[in-house]
Write a protein that binds this ligand. Structure first.
Ligand code: SF4
Length: 296
């Protein structure tokens, strides 16, 4: 067997053409209340020898491989020395590589020093995928994200200073009907203090296995969670796009399958056009993606 994937295996939508090496299994945190991705997996670090042997086995693909994604949930949790050995082997076996990416958690970026992140960048790690989810301090606690807004801002700016590209996600609907304004205001504020390259929105979709946990943790801090409908989601989308004033231009997308309205453009450059599209969606002038086509 060439690759020995341990299911379930997740990757960002834009990594569809990448060769995936599973260098860790699961998520080292695994406590976000909305997330069912790795609930069935125990976090494990694959032995370096095994990963290097897998890379060697795929070396016959040579220059056909231009992009590699390091799975699972937070490859960046591996010790830096370990990651550097993997990056070095990838570059040796795939000479046409132009991108190596992985997911990164707030705690990964907190633990790695600026020098370590720079060394990883120089060794070929070029892009990290990061779940902001929300910038609201209250909501970050309600969803048990395991990080404060300040920790996230500091980590993201450290990664950006090290030359890593950042693709971040925000989850619309996380605050429900009661807290949506706090959710969007806090998120806009966080984004405006960072330098993201890509920003995507997802719409909250609670898998059956986490629904009870999500609602219990949310309501423990007061109030009742009432889910947003599409009108509420579009209202959040509108205010998010309207509020973002990035330090440098970023690519904005809501083309993930969970979204009611697929959007794509640059912020701030295409803001007016994007807002017009959201308004058209709100007024029913352009159709929303049918519910049965949506997935998280
Ligand atoms: S959202 Fe990310 S950090 Fe949180 S449990 Fe899921 S994979 Fe882990």
């Amino acid at each position: 067997m060439l690759m020995n994937y341990h299911e379930p295996l997740f990757r960002p939508p834009s990594e569809g053409n990448s060769l995936i090496f599973q260098v860790t299994l699961g998520c080292s945190f695994n406590q976000c209340s909305f997330c069912a991705m790795y609930k069935t997996k125990q976090y494990t670090e694959k032995p370096l020898k095994e990963v290097l042997a897998e890379i060697d086995r795929m070396a016959f693909l040579g220059s056909r491989i231009e992009k590699v994604f390091l799975a699972d949930g937070d490859a960046l949790n591996l010790p830096t020395e370990h990651l550097l050995r993997i990056l070095e082997r990838l570059n040796a076996r795939f000479p046409a590589l132009r991108q190596i990416a992985s997911y990164a958690l707030p705690n990964n970026l907190k633990k790695k020093s600026a020098q370590e992140l720079m060394a990883l960048r120089e060794a070929g790690l070029s892009l990290i995928y990061y779940g902001i989810e929300t910038g609201s301090p209250d909501l970050l606690k309600r969803i048990t994200k395991g990080a404060t807004r300040e920790v996230m801002i500091a980590g993201l700016n450290k990664a950006s200073d090290a030359g890593l590209k950042i693709s971040a996600t925000v989850i619309l609907g996380l605050g429900g009907k009661a807290l949506w304004q706090d959710h969007i205001a806090g998120t806009v504020d966080l984004i405006n203090q960072t330098r993201l390259d890509y920003l995507s929105t997802l719409q909250l979709f609670l898998h059956d296995s986490v629904q009870e946990e999500f609602i219990t943790k949310f309501e423990k801090r007061g109030g009742v969670f009432v889910p947003q409908d599409d009108a509420g989601m579009l209202q959040e989308q509108y205010h998010l796009i309207a509020g973002i004033e990035p330090a440098r231009s970023l690519e904005f997308r809501s083309n993930h399958a969970s979204n009611a309205l697929p959007l794509k453009g640059r912020l701030p450059d295409d803001r007016d056009e994007l807002l017009k599209l959201v308004e058209a969606g709100q007024k029913g002038k352009i159709p929303l993606r049918p519910l049965y086509y949506r997935a998280m």
